[in-house]
Design a protein around this ligand. Structure first.
Ligand code: KE4
Length: 426
């Protein structure tokens, strides 16, 4: 069966043929590639075609596909059982590793997805402060829990409106959406409503509108304003956790949040995510405190085994300088090729994640992102796919590299980019 036939078959039994919308190629058109296997920096699809993978499962596979240490840990644990619904030593080891890497966390709880981590963090912040209001920023995505599936509404309070049907207005009436990197608007809002705010939730480096770094002063203001008004600062480090360093963006920025959410890399490619904070806050969670939060497969032994193996490699090998260099070569190489072909482009690179925006001028927030040429991105995406390079099938996502993306693999992908760009020129 090829991707074409698999896609037709899938659509008969799965909405849109996919289990997560972005996989359906809706932003770029065409047929999603059904993947048979991955190894290192590569993917193979149902038609036997090979690709250099710059999606890496949307971030988790910082060590590439089938890293031997991760495989060995998984196969060993699988031979002992896959899930017990009871505590294990693996969870203790993983929790210790995460708390050592994130000193802002004295305690951590594992869940199965970033959505669960953020949903739980919001409930915890509301319980800790006795307040309801949550502030988020446009262009940031924090999973699909109702209270965070919100888009900027109109009106003075910037009150959120549901981002889709099925989300009750009453649920999002306590969510406020402000503009990412608009420090002045944020400070004005907090000056008026800060005492009502339970939490300010932010991607410290935005990855879900494409990569948009924080402007100087933005995160500092978030930290200052939340502290000043008794609200909690929640860093959504689902993408950035262990992406730039053996820790989070909080280590690079020097800004310490009250609650940190992790996902993706922390599960090593298996379903695992986490949220953590000082013990005083985390002990509000059942069974110690009254805030209920639970999960059948939370802290699952297989996911813990893959996560521990992944973090061990990152801690021992510290590959971050090389990861950042390889991403810079690739992303900036694409930018240079586009400019030489007379195509306006802005490339935002942060460590080993990046986004190529076909636009003029800086991309500092959602308005800039939405002004970019997404049709041209779609053409570039397919020109690269045809040349064996698998980029994000959406202009609003990040590209990633792994430790398996060696300089010569990067160079070959960049050669394909030069050809792809040439094919775009008018
Ligand atoms: P999950 O529930 O998908 O594990 O995590 C939600 C989430 C939370 N926070 C951030 C910063 C995230 O990026 C995500 C999920 N990211 C998307 C793509 N950027 C996952 C891909 C998908 O939805 O299929």
């Amino acid at each position: 069966m090829t991707s074409e036939t698999l896609f037709e078959e899938a659509k008969r039994v799965i909405p849109g043929g996919v289990n997560s919308p972005v996989r359906a190629f809706g932003r770029v058109g065409g047929t999603p590639r059904f993947i048979e296997r991955g190894r290192g920096a590569y993917l193979w699809d149902a038609d036997g075609r090979k690709y250099v993978d710059f999606v890496l499962s949307w971030g988790p596979l910082i060590l590439g596909h089938c890293h031997p240490d991760v495989l060995e840990a998984l196969m060993h644990q699988a031979s002992l059982g896959t899930s017990y619904g009871a505590p294990t030593r693996l969870e203790v080891e993983m929790a210790r590793m995460v708390c050592e890497a994130f000193p802002s966390m004295e305690k951590v709880r594992f869940v199965n997805s970033g959505t669960e981590a953020l949903m739980s963090a919001v409930r915890l912040a509301r319980a800790a402060t006795g307040r309801d209001l949550v502030v988020k920023f446009d262009g940031c995505y924090h999973g699909h829990s109702d209270c965070l599936l919100v888009k900027a509404g109109s009106g003075v309070l910037a009150q959120g409106v549901p981002d889709c049907p099925g989300v009750p207005g009453a649920v999002v009436s306590s969510t406020v959406v402000l503009s990412y990197n608009d420090t002045q608007a944020f400070e004005e809002f907090m000056g008026e409503h800060g005492r009502e705010v339970a939490a300010v939730v932010v991607e410290p480096v935005a990855g879900n509108m494409g990569v948009v770094p924080p402007e100087r002063g933005f995160l500092e203001s978030a930290r200052d304003q939340t502290r000043r008004h008794g609200a909690l600062l929640v860093f959504d480090e689902v993408i950035t956790g262990f992406r730039f360093c053996y820790g989070g963006y909080q280590h690079i920025s020097g800004i310490t949040p009250d609650i940190t959410c992790l996902g993706k890399i922390v599960g090593g490619g298996l379903p695992a995510a986490a949220f953590g904070a000082k013990a005083e806050i985390m002990n509000l969670l059942a069974p110690v405190g009254p805030v209920y939060q639970a999960g059948t497969l939370s802290g699952n032994p297989l996911a813990m085994a893959a996560g521990i193996a992944t973090l061990r490699v990152l801690r021992e090998q510290d590959p971050y300088r090389e990861l950042a260099r390889n991403m810079a070569v690739f992303a900036n190489g694409i930018g240079q090729a586009a400019r030489e072909a007379g195509i306006p482009v802005t490339v935002n690179v942060m460590g080993s994640m990046a986004t190529v925006f076909f636009t003029r001028g800086p991309v500092r927030g959602l308005a800039d992102v939405e002004a970019a040429d997404t049709a041209l991105y779609a053409r570039f995406f397919h020109a690269m796919l045809d040349r064996g390079v698998y980029l994000a099938p959406s202009p609003y996502e990040a590209l990633f590299v792994s430790t398996a993306h060696t300089p010569d693999i990067i160079d070959r992908a960049l050669a394909a980019a030069h050809e792809a760009i040439s094919s775009l020129s008018p």
